[in-house]
Design a protein around this ligand. Structure first.
Ligand code: SF4
Length: 330
């Protein structure tokens, strides 16, 4: 089937099978254009959890589909591709517990640790954080969450993105360290796990210097998953939706170089817009989902096989929900 025929077949199946399709901003155009709703990970989870259709096709990466299942356990959530965010894969429960132990060995009692996990983590890690009284954050609300978490007077263990943790600490005038970097963890307010996003690591201060020299007056816009030295030199640092909001309101003639995922940048603004890197910053796992995958998953619903359905044990869901709910309460 060619793309047009495939699209038409997908739209027909979606209607008859009562399926909603959501797609993250980083998805390929062909998938993005089909979605009933598009957004960042939190927007998608909230929209999908409240959607009336019993079946959901989530075009994104694994932790995002899991977030919907945590919030709406009776919904059938399927992913056309079980693609996993590289950053979320950098931590599992064993690594998480190892980091808690390292903090204990450094002289911080477990009851004096408050864990905060970026939403880019598995349901199991969210559950481990929830069990310790911790909570989830996103890149839009991380600062607000850290302010609240600090009211406990505890040390913050921030997982898994070291850059987001360090960038927020800097913005708030707090001390941070990365476990294992040789810094005394007792002297830090935010202790970061050593994870990162391989896509956002692609942007460098040399790229900023290049664009500033080539186009004086250009604005540099980056995501807080970028390295701290890159964010320090940026004119605007924000989450996916904050970047969209900022860039789309710029005057047409304002040049801007953006440091985030390629599919999103190219859709965002056509004129005077540059990618802040000499290589193409595509998220490989986000790019795995194709129209063929969407079609195949819909056929599996029709045949009652429910391919790539997300399932989470009730205990994991319970504790992960606690961690997510604490974020929503704020
Ligand atoms: Fe994960 Fe980075 Fe891809 Fe986002 S861009 S899904 S953080 S690997």
């Amino acid at each position: 089937m060619d793309h047009q025929a495939l699209k038409a077949a997908i739209l027909e199946l979606k209607k008859t099978l009562h399926v909603s399709i959501v797609a993250h901003f980083y998805q390929k155009d062909e998938v993005f254009e089909l979605a009933d709703f598009t957004g960042d990970s939190l927007q998608l989870a909230q929209w999908a959890a409240n959607d009336a259709n019993p079946n959901l096709l989530f075009c994104g990466v694994g932790f995002m589909g899991q977030s919907v299942k945590i919030l709406a356990p009776t919904k059938r959530v399927m992913m056309p591709k079980i693609a996993c965010c590289a950053m979320a894969r950098m931590i599992d429960v064993a690594y998480y517990e190892q980091n808690v132990r390292l903090m204990e060995e450094a002289g911080i009692a477990k009851e004096d640790i408050l864990p905060v996990t970026y939403i880019n983590s598995s349901a199991e890690v969210k559950a481990a954080v929830g069990k310790m009284g911790g909570l989830v954050c996103t890149s839009s609300n991380a600062k607000k969450i850290i302010v609240k978490a600090r009211e406990s007077g505890k040390k913050i263990l921030f997982v898994p993105d070291r850059c987001l943790g360090q960038n927020i600490a800097k913005e708030m005038g707090l001390r941070s360290c990365v476990i294992g970097d040789g810094t005394d963890v007792k002297a830090a307010d935010i202790i970061c796990y050593n994870g990162f996003c391989s896509v956002h690591q692609l942007f460098d201060v040399e790229d900023i210097a290049f664009y500033r020299a080539k186009y004086p007056g250009i604005l540099i816009v980056t995501h807080p998953e970028c390295k701290p030295e890159v964010c320090d030199q940026s004119d605007f640092v924000g989450s996916t939706s904050q970047i969209i909001d900022f860039v789309t309101k710029l005057p047409k003639e304002q040049k801007v170089a953006i440091g985030t995922e390629y599919n999103m940048i190219k859709r965002l603004r056509h004129d005077n817009t540059y990618v802040l890197s000499s290589s193409k910053p595509e998220c490989p796992t986000m790019n795995e989902t194709t129209l063929e995958d969407v079609y195949r998953t819909l056929i599996s619903i029709q045949e009652r096989r429910f391919e790539n359905e997300i399932s989470i044990s009730e205990e994991t869901r319970f504790w992960a929900h606690k961690a997510l709910h604490r974020m929503f309460e704020l």
